[in-house]
Design a protein around this ligand. Structure first.
Ligand code: ADP
Ligand code: ADP
Ligand code: MG
Length: 544
């Protein structure tokens, strides 16, 4: 290893070819002796959306405390109080100079959306209307409520609304304020793709408004949305908890390409042993493989028909990864529970004897038990070198093995739950929203772990998720849900990727093109020439 990391190499002890040159300099901020150090700062630009792409614990919030003027960076000398003139000297002649000058002069106001919206009900007692009313500084609240579809929960208590509703309320509260600098720490958790697009558009419009001097800084792990949303991008790398380096700004296209490639060009820095690649063309239609299970048409409704799901009969093939996509509230989790037998259909019968290992959408593992004790009670192979390589390492479990389940963060809990699901010996592995709470590097690793597990074990996997990059990298075929959320849903039979993506994206009115250099999917600007042309040709995702 390279000798920088105090604990363990974040990149699985692969050779790090170049040390970051930033580490020769003093950090921008250091919390204390041997404490976390931050190198580099993101550059807010008036009229622009600046993205940050990188893991959690890498110093993003630290940077924002600095940029918001809540803390003066100490330039690495934790025994000396920071002072703005020293910081300004350090950044003179860079893109940050103007911003830091207004900050020193006390001319910057900040609006922030926190990462964990689940914490909001603990801090606020009241209903949605009461929470939002006090944020309406620009007279834009009504429009935000309308476009984010918050109307139905305006009079509901904040502690009674769902994660997706809370996320949209938190975003509305942040954007309703009149500020110079907006910081949004993740915008997509709990939101479906249609809702993610709406939020991306709202942020872009605010950056572009008449004042022209608002800066937006967004941390986001959904690469398709980040790509659509950001004008420039900083990649953050390092060792979470130990040190973090925030690169100079890159164009969003180059930043994401370099990230996926695993190599940062300007920094001359390898951040991952191998590149992440996408298939430009739909996977070839496979010669029918063996069928794992066939199921008939099904129907399931709740209460007196408040919501009804209709499932068209189909078959799941042996050894495939089946993706499932659709808006929130359309019945995806309901189908998962029908398959596992947790719910019984009103019509149709599921009489197969399949062992199903199921990771529910809302992970509830909160016994007072250590992670290692919990996992060893599930995984026969727990602790074997095979289990360590295939499951513990890619899901980064080593460091949290001795913690209690009750003390885990959302992302840690998710990784333990994925590990538990894959460790069970089953015929079908069913994962409901595995990307939730994971940072972008963890998503990449989890995707690789699931894919590799499926291939090595001839395992059959079904994955419900909203992250298009994750679905693209994982799925062999696709099941598409449509209908009217919270009223009625319809699930298509599993389809080939090309047909499935076309159905799904036509419903959302979104097309993708391919990046010329890397082949990765990029969302087309709505109404652009390419967008219209692809819609005419019915090529929403794959071309040629
Ligand atoms: P991110 O926002 O990227 O998740 P943070 O900036 O919140 O990361 O934290 C980076 C690191 O700095 C973490 O290891 C965190 O524990 C540490 N840290 C944050 N605030 C303080 C503080 N006030 N004192 C000491 N360490 C801190
Ligand atoms: P998705 O997973 O696609 O987001 P779900 O299957 O969780 O959707 O839910 C579909 C609809 O059924 C939603 O409107 C939800 O509120 C409703 N619903 C889910 N579970 C129940 C239940 N146990 N009782 C009544 N309604 C439910
Ligand atoms: Mg669900």
């Amino acid at each position: 290893t390279c000798g920088i990391c105090v604990d363990k190499c974040p990149f699985d002890a692969i050779e790090i070819i170049n040390l970051p040159s930033e580490l020769d300099e003093e950090p921008v901020h250091r919390y204390g002796e041997n404490a976390f150090s931050l190198y580099g700062l993101p550059t807010p630009e008036p009229g622009n959306v600046t993205g940050i792409l990188g893991p959690n614990g890498i110093g993003k919030s630290t940077a924002v405390h600095g940029l918001a003027g809540e803390m003066v960076p100490n330039l690495g000398d934790h025994e000396r109080d920071g002072d703005w003139d020293r910081v300004l000297d350090r950044f003179r002649g860079t893109g940050l100079q103007n911003y830091l000058e207004s900050l020193r002069d006390g001319d910057v106001s900040v609006s922030r959306k926190p990462q964990y919206v689940d914490q909001i009900p603990k801090q606020f007692d009241g209903n949605t209307r009461e929470l939002l009313e006090r944020t309406d500084e620009r007279g834009a609240l009504d429009e935000l409520i309308d476009r984010l579809n918050i109307g139905p929960v305006m009079d509901q208590d904040i502690d009674s609304i769902s994660g997706g509703e809370l996320q949209r309320v938190a975003i509305a509260a942040c954007l309703a304020r009149d500020a110079d600098f907006y910081f949004l720490d993740e915008i997509t958790p709990y939101l479906d793709i249609g809702q993610r697009m709406v939020v991306a558009r709202l942020i872009g419009e605010l950056a572009d408004d008449d004042t022209g001097d608002r800066s937006m800084l967004v941390v986001e792990h959904d690469l398709a949305i980040l790509d659509l949303l950001a004008d420039t991008l900083h990649v953050a790398y390092g060792e979470p908890g130990a040190y973090g380096v925030i690169t100079d700004p890159k164009s969003v296209r180059n930043g994401i390409n370099e990230y996926l490639k695993g190599y940062l060009d300007n920094e001359n820095m390898r951040i991952r042993p191998s590149a992440i690649t996408f298939e430009e063309h739909a996977p070839r239609v496979t010669s029918r493989s063996e069928t794992l299970v066939e199921y008939p048409d099904l129907r399931k409704s709740y209460g007196d028909g408040e919501f009804e799901l209709r499932v068209e009969g189909g078959e799941i093939n042996h050894s495939e990864v089946l993706g499932a996509v659709g808006p929130n509230g359309i019945g995806k989790s309901t189908l998962a529970k029908l398959l596992t037998g947790d719910l019984a259909p009103d019509e149709g019968e599921l009489d197969f004897a399949l062992d199903i290992s199921y990771k529910p959408q809302y992970v509830e593992i909160d016994q007072p038990m250590r992670v290692d004790a919990f996992l060893s009670s599930i995984a026969d192979q727990f602790g074997s070198s095979y289990w360590n390589t295939e499951i513990a390492q890619p899901l980064q479990l080593e460091r949290i093995m001795e913690q209690n389940l009750t003390d885990l963060s959302g992302g840690e809990r998710q990784r333990v739950a994925i590990a538990a699901c894959l460790s069970d010996d089953a015929d079908l592995y069913l994962l409901d929203e595995p990307s939730a709470h994971l940072d972008v590097e963890q998503r990449v690793r989890a995707t690789t772990a699931i894919r590799r597990y499926a291939e090595n074990h001839d395992a059959t996997v079904m994955v419900i998720d909203h992250d298009i990059y994750m679905i693209d990298l994982l799925a062999d075929r696709l099941m598409v849900f449509d209908g009217e959320p919270a009223e009625r849903g319809r699930a298509s039979p599993p389809q080939e990727m090309r047909d499935g993506m076309n159905d799904f994206l036509a419903d959302l009115d979104i097309t993708f093109r391919r990046d010329e250099r890397t082949g990765r999917p990029r969302i087309n600007k709505p109404g652009s020439q390419l967008d219209s042309q692809q819609k005419r040709n019915g090529e929403y995702y794959y071309s040629g």
